[in-house]
Write a protein that binds this ligand. Structure first.
Ligand SMILES: [Ca+2]
Ligand SMILES: [Ca+2]
Length: 416
């Protein structure tokens, strides 16, 4: 019996027992009557409140957010819900010091509608440190190539990324603006406060007061590492095999930016890039026929400590590959000209991985088990450490074959 059915039967029995008690015990019946009355009154009260809320035209959760935003801003109350025209739907207001002057500003994230029907998030920092009397002026938080921050929920995290352009005694946090869709951070824009007017001037936002020094997107995630200041993006590329390209960018410490010198609208060249599993290597990897997945699994297992959760590098292999693996033939696996053993290899990074779906099942091989489908994979470039020294490996083409119910790889010899 399903859990739900058991619960229903239990509920039925409880109801029946209750009914019997009420019918045969007058004292209990009187007490139950009071409880019932209380319950009905409570339900009625809830009904009245809900009806009234629904009846008020334009009622939404907004007044609550609005109240929270007002509470957050101490005694300096600005109601951005009233200030902004209706097409800017305020989503959050925070009150923090974003320019290091000891005074707090308002960080306002809002949504607006694009012609294509999307409602992305945009943001602005409202400051009142200019003008006499002061004006409340919005400084936009904008990436260089578009007029919004993210399609997902946006929020700001202050973080000291760089000190370039700052006075030693007056450090300023940079602003990390994340965009999050479902549970994945898909956007990260890093802003640096750059004074653009003198205190006695009227405020303006051209050039921008908060300049983007890093703009990153990744449909599989974007991560900032506060220790190395590296930013890693994950972009899914081989959807069928849940594989992604992971790209790592480093801060240009001298210039205080992640952006390229030649094209300030783009991040500079990454410091490393590799093909990886979007969600880590699947434990049942040898049960799936996708050749790109098995080749990546093999190279990830090569030079990695043995684990209970994954097959060892040897288990990925069949045929000549298995024999050469046992002989420790590095050249067979692409490491030609490298002096060492397979166990000397560590930190293998697959930098390119191609598969050729159009030639899959190009031939059926005759094996001891009879005819088996075979799949062709061309593994592109990869890098690794041998004795701790980085080496680039030669391209190796692989074929997958089903052996004893598991998918395995052997080198493709171009003789078919
Ligand atoms: Ca401030
Ligand atoms: Ca700083």
């Amino acid at each position: 019996m399903a859990d739900g059915n058991v619960a229903l039967v239990a509920l039925g029995l409880a109801g029946f027992t209750g009914l019997m008690v009420i019918i045969f015990f007058p004292g209990v019946r009187a007490a139950m009557g009071q409880m019932l009355l209380g319950t009905i009154l409570t339900l009625l009260a809830i009904l009245v409140v809900v009806t009234m809320l629904l009846a008020i035209p334009g009622y939404s959760i907004e007044p609550l957010l609005r109240k929270m935003a007002l509470v957050q801003t101490d005694n300096q109350v600005v109601d951005f819900y009233a200030l902004l025209p209706e097409r800017y739907r305020v989503q959050s207001v925070e009150y923090m010091d974003t320019d290091g002057d000891g005074q707090q500003e308002w960080v306002v994230f809002y949504q607006f509608d694009l012609a294509d029907g999307r409602s992305p998030y945009a943001g602005a920092i409202y400051d009142s440190d200019r003008g006499n009397p002061p004006v409340l002026f919005p400084y936009q938080l904008l990436p260089p190539d578009r007029d919004y921050l993210s399609d997902g929920f946006a929020y700001l995290v202050p973080e000291d990324v760089t000190t370039v352009g700052e006075q030693k005694e007056k450090p300023v946090n940079e602003l990390l603006v994340y965009g999050q869709a479902d549970s994945t951070i898909t956007d990260l824009t890093v802003f640096r406060h750059t004074p653009n007017t003198f205190e006695w001037e009227v405020p303006r936002d051209d050039p921008r007061r908060y300049q983007p020094i890093g703009v990153f997107r990744g449909d599989g995630g974007v991560i900032y590492d506060p220790v190395t200041k590296h930013i890693t993006t994950t972009n899914r590329v081989y959807d069928r095999s849940q594989m992604a390209v992971q790209t790592v960018y480093a801060l240009d410490e001298g210039r205080g930016t992640y952006m390229s010198i030649s094209d300030p609208k783009q991040p500079g060249a990454p410091i490393s890039q590799k093909v990886a599993f979007s969600f880590g290597m699947p434990g049942d990897i040898l049960d799936t026929p996708y050749p790109e997945k098995i080749v990546l699994g093999f190279y990830e297992s090569l030079g990695r400590p043995q684990s209970q959760s994954y097959p060892s590098a040897r288990e990925f292999l069949t045929g000549a590959a298995l024999i050469e693996y046992d002989r420790g033939n590095l050249a067979f696996f692409g490491f030609g000209g490298v002096d060492g053993k397979l166990s000397d290899i560590s930190e293998v990074k697959v930098t390119e991985l191609q598969y050729a779906p159009q030639v899959e099942e190009f031939t059926a091989s005759v094996t001891a088990q009879g005819q088996q489908p075979r799949f062709l994979i061309a593994a592109g470039a990869f890098r690794a450490l041998v004795h701790g020294t980085p080496v680039s490996a030669d391209r190796v083409d692989w074929v997958t074959t089903m052996v004893n119910g598991k998918w395995r790889i052997d080198r493709h010899t171009h003789q078919e």
